[in-house]
Design a protein around this ligand. Structure first.
Ligand code: GLN
Length: 522
């Protein structure tokens, strides 16, 4: 197979659509609906916690943070179980069922918490039954994402030969599906919540996921053998009288849901679990690479691990979007456009909008450059993503420095930040999914995809710590000194910008070394 080979896996049924195997359409829409439900629900979550359950900001942030870390830790479990036992097809279906259950559970709203002040102290009463339903529903979602997300991404890669130049483009299109779901999820669920209540918003997320399940069930034949387990006979072996291994896996999955149900209530250990999982998975991947892989595959697996680690820095800064950048937009940006004040939260969809509009251009760009032999390698794209991320922050810092009023930073600078963050994201996130499928030894692609999301979980976790550094004094949610608040943001963002650019420059320097150990894969 040559570098420019253009071939799908020969056994794929269904033919092509727009130059890609038809299975890509199924992955696109399944993941679009999954992300619709994930981001739709996530958009309401902080309000549900603070306005329905009346948790303090601090506790609500803790629950939110634990949840968004755990959803990216479980793909390791989903990936390993699919590699060893279920295969990606059954794993995706299992994930989708758990997600439908989780999002439907979220729609059971129950009575709203009440707050009374007794002797000057606030006492909040929450119905413990509905609170438990809420935590249990989150646990179903956490486990469901674990089974679905890694494996639907693996399936995209399964349709292309290792050196097929369409692979990065395919993942960029797939990423467009992710963001289409995220864009509409936040808008539709947000709108339903605003006008009809939380259970409508969460219920819509559940209905969206049901559509995703139906799409996958209808289209799974398009992947040929790729959805099937590696060793179907192992699944049928009895483990206990009357229970074969497949059912045993489903029972253990439900037990896992119960564990996450408890973990959501003992959140202090989530950071420890994350750190432990990172160490254990690094050890497992390195051991597997040395024990089971021929030298080229071994080196590629190690390069994949190195590249995955870039994500920790990337997401830790990128994910300021939902936290510190959101608050900064609210407090310091002039959001009045043609006499209409745009709510700060609306800026949350700018990134998804740019992804949807720019992803096809990037997909075409990679294919066009590949045709001329000019496509940057994966390590180069990763380095460029860090540089773009840094530049985005520096644009905003510059914009803040020329504002004459600390509450009136011009909106163009925050939009420019999101533009650069989005082009950076397109150089790391879909490219990284693609990289994971091509550098991993074929038998452990699912596990490696899980590791990809694990690094992302670490980035999300660190982002909370960085956001906390930008905190300002507030009274009833309003900053007391906007100039001091802006100075805090610009301090942290200046450091973030330069660190990211420096990391990108170092990453550029090590490109030749990484490429050497990729042995001909770009
Ligand atoms: N926004 C992307 C998604 O939801 C990437 C998430 C991540 O890896 N942190 O799939």
């Amino acid at each position: 197979m040559t570098e420019t080979a253009h071939a799908t896996t020969p056994s794929l049924p269904g033919g092509e659509f727009l130059g890609h195997p038809k299975g890509l359409v199924i992955c696109f829409f399944t993941e679009m609906w999954e992300r619709f439900s994930y981001y739709g629900m996530r958009a309401l979550l902080i309000f549900y916690l603070t306005q329905h359950f009346l948790f303090s900001d601090e506790i609500a942030a803790g629950i939110y943070g634990a949840y968004i870390s755990l959803v990216y830790i479980t793909p390791v479990i989903g990936g390993v179980v699919a590699d060893r036992y279920l295969g990606p097809g059954k794993a995706v279906i299992l994930g989708a069922l758990l997600l439908v259950a989780g999002h439907s559970g979220m729609a059971i709203e129950g009575s709203q918490a009440t707050e009374v002040i007794i002797n000057g102290t606030s006492v909040v009463e929450r119905d413990p039954f509905y609170l438990q339903i809420f935590y249990l529903s989150l646990a179903f979602v956490i486990m469901g994402v674990g089974f679905l997300k890694a494996n639907i991404s693996t399936l995209v890669g399964s349709m292309y030969e290792r050196r097929d130049p369409r692979r990065d483009g395919a993942f960029t299109l797939f990423y467009m599906g992710i963001n289409t779901g995220s864009f509409f999820g936040a808008i539709i669920c947000g709108f339903l919540m605003q006008y009809y209540g939380f259970s409508w918003g969460f219920g819509a997320a559940g209905v969206g996921m049901l559509f995703g399940l139906l799409v996958f069930l209808r289209g799974q034949h398009l992947f040929g053998e790729a959805t099937k387990p590696n060793h179907p006979e192992i699944l049928k072996q009895p483990v206990l009288p009357g229970i074969n291994r497949e059912w045993w896996i489903y029972l253990l999955t439900l037990a896992g849901v119960l564990v996450f149900w408890q973990l959501m209530q003992y959140r202090a250990i989530v950071g420890g679990i994350l750190a432990g999982s990172l160490i254990i998975m690094t050890f497992i991947v390195i051991s597997y690479a040395f024990a089971k892989c021929e030298p080229h595959d071994r080196n590629r697996m190690i390069v994949a691990l190195v590249l995955m680690s870039y994500q920790i820095l990337f997401w830790s800064l990128f994910e300021q979007t939902g936290s510190s950048l959101n608050l900064m937009t609210d407090r310091n940006v002039d959001r009045l456009i043609f006499g209409f004040e745009i709510p700060a939260a609306a800026f949350q969809s700018v990134n998804a909008f740019f992804i949807i509009t720019l992803a096809p251009l990037f997909s075409m760009l990679w294919i066009g450059l590949a045709r001329r032999g000019w496509e940057p390698s994966t390590p180069t794209k990763f380095a460029l993503s860090l540089i773009q991320l840094g530049l985005g922050f520096l644009f905003l810092v510059y914009g803040a420095s020329i504002a004459t009023d600390p509450t009136q930073v011009a909106v163009i600078w925050i939009v420019l930040l999101y533009l650069f963050h989005t082009t950076g994201e397109l150089c790391i996130s879909p490219v990284g999914l693609s990289m994971t499928t091509k550098l991993s030894a074929p038998k452990v692609v699912g596990m490696m995809m899980g590791c990809w999301f694990l690094a992302s979980a670490a980035g999300n976790y660190v982002s909370g710590t960085i956001a906390a550094m930008t905190g300002s004094d507030t009274i009833a949610g309003e900053v007391t000194d906007p100039a001091a608040a802006l100075a805090n943001y610009t301090d942290v963002y200046t450091t973030a910008g330069w660190y990211s650019i420096a990391a990108g420059a170092i990453a550029l320097l090590v490109v030749p070394l990484l490429r050497h150990f990729m042995h001909g894969i770009k």
